[in-house]
Design a protein around this ligand. Structure first.
Ligand code: FAD
Length: 277
């Protein structure tokens, strides 16, 4: 069995201490697992533009393959073109291109640019320089008109020049494989990598999942609720569930796994080791 592509996602830390830990402790530890690349998210509306750029640049200088996430947010085309040139000049070869969400408190004040238009813009300004990943939703994006329309727009992102997609996290493995089949039937022939969220803080995960349209199956919720404050049992069960999910994905030929690490070495490393990668 071919080893699936492995990648690790970070968010830009808010404090200098957080940045220091991420760059000097977390990255060396996760880099030992030989990921294809790391990625660093972009705050809604471009709110972390400088931090994302700073973290990505420092990682690149240290020889790490890293992809910034990018979205127009409230920026105009000149600002976006300049950011792309900065990334290019700093040796960045990959991007994760997104529409993004409205920053909280902004209402609908900002006109968001759909990811297919961003991908087309990147290709227009920088040709084939960047490998571009886009987002995909096996359980369907919460704003989508229908299941099929979300796949239609994923196809538009691919046709605009994206190389592959990374999914929103999911715990229903059937949803992912059904989605792959539907994408293939719609003419999408590029890889769709599975986004995997290890379970650390269950309450936070449950809250976040309600907003982003990822379903946590009832049996997992009930089991987690039963553990209450017993964090060690939550940790063990979370590891077991996510390891099994990844194993099933790998056994069924999933092209790769993108771990939402939440800037932590564990439990991503433990799951990775459980899988015998
Ligand atoms: P789009 O692809 O533009 O889709 C958004 C919605 O509009 C969907 O319902 C789609 O069906 C529909 N749609 C798409 N194109 C069109 C069109 N041309 N016309 C009409 N409707 C259309 N958020 C961040 O803020 N920062 C990040 O760094 C970040 N990283 C992420 C990484 C991954 C792998 C994933 C899966 C998500 C990430 N997100 C991030 C969340 C993402 O920004 C939100 O889910 C956002 O609501 C949609 O972004 P998108 O790129 O999928 O948008």
């Amino acid at each position: 069995m071919a080893k699936p592509r492995i990648s690790f996602e970070y968010f830009p830390p808010k404090t200098d201490a957080g940045k220091d830990k991420l760059l000097n402790e977390t990255t060396p530890a996760l880099n030992e697992l030989n990921p294809e690349f790391f990625s660093v998210t972009y705050g809604a509306g471009g709110t972390t533009r400088d931090t994302t750029l700073g973290v990505v640049s420092t990682m690149r200088e240290a020889g790490v393959d890293v992809a910034p996430h990018i979205s127009f947010g409230g920026d105009d085309e000149d600002t976006m073109a300049e950011l792309l040139q900065t990334y290019k000049a700093r040796g960045i070869k990959r991007l994760v291109a997104l529409r993004g969400d409205m920053p909280s408190g902004m209402g609908t004040a900002m006109q968001l640019v759909h990811a297919n238009d961003l991908v087309a813009f990147i290709r227009e300004k920088t040709g084939d320089h960047f490998n571009i990943e886009v987002a995909a939703y096996p359980e369907i994006h919460p704003e989508s008109k229908s299941y099929d329309s979300d796949i239609h727009f994923l196809k538009k992102k691919m046709d605009a020049g994206a190389n592959s997609a990374i999914t929103q996290y999911f715990y229903n493995v059937e949803a992912y494989f059904y989605y792959l089949d539907q994408c293939m039937a719609a003419g999408i022939d590029k890889p769709i990598y599975a986004g995997i969220m290890p379970i650390t803080n269950f309450e936070n995960l449950a809250r976040f999942s309600r907003n982003c349209g990822a379903e946590i199956p009832r049996w997992i919720c009930r089991k987690m609720e039963g553990y209450g404050d017993d964090l060690e049992s939550v940790r063990k069960f979370g590891l077991e569930v996510v390891t099994q999910l990844c194993q099933t994905l790998m056994d069924s030929g999933c092209p790769g796994i993108h771990f939402y690490t939440m800037n932590q070495v564990e439990p991503t490393r433990e799951i990775y080791n459980n899988l015998g990668l």
